[in-house]
Design a protein around this ligand. Sequence first.
Ligand code: SF4
Ligand code: SF4
Length: 143
Amino acid sequence: MAKDMKEIKKVEEINELGWNELIPGAALFSFTEPVEDVVEVPMEERPYAPTNSHEWQVGDWRVEKPVYNRDLCIDCQFCWVFCPDISILSRDKKMIGVIYEHCKGCGICVEVCPTNPKSLLMFPEHMDNNEALSMWPKKEEKK
Ligand code: SF4
Ligand code: SF4
């Protein structure tokens, strides 16, 4: 019988369930500790739950990758907020880059980037990042 996640109190209980026992759309745990104890902890030291996408490497799903152009970035953090896979690395509100092991190439970070031209763009997976940077488009004039 399908089980509501609200009935589950410990992350370990998830491992005893089959996927067909969770109701569709059930939210999974992000951390093994309460979120208020985690917000100040650096990203790589957080106690990620087994159900957190940080624990899974989905980089080999990509056919295109986001390439980051530091010269254009205004550190607005939109990409960091909207990335569904915790793949944007940022420190002290300064964007650092993309963690490719966790990035599945969905392109959401590119969609939300507000600069002109964008500071993140999708390129073929096997293209060298320096080559991608050399092909960056120019600023688009307003029509
Ligand atoms: S392409 Fe998707 S998964 Fe990868 S960094 Fe951008 S938003 Fe995150
Ligand atoms: S959304 Fe674009 S401008 Fe904003 S931090 Fe990310 S890369 Fe930089």
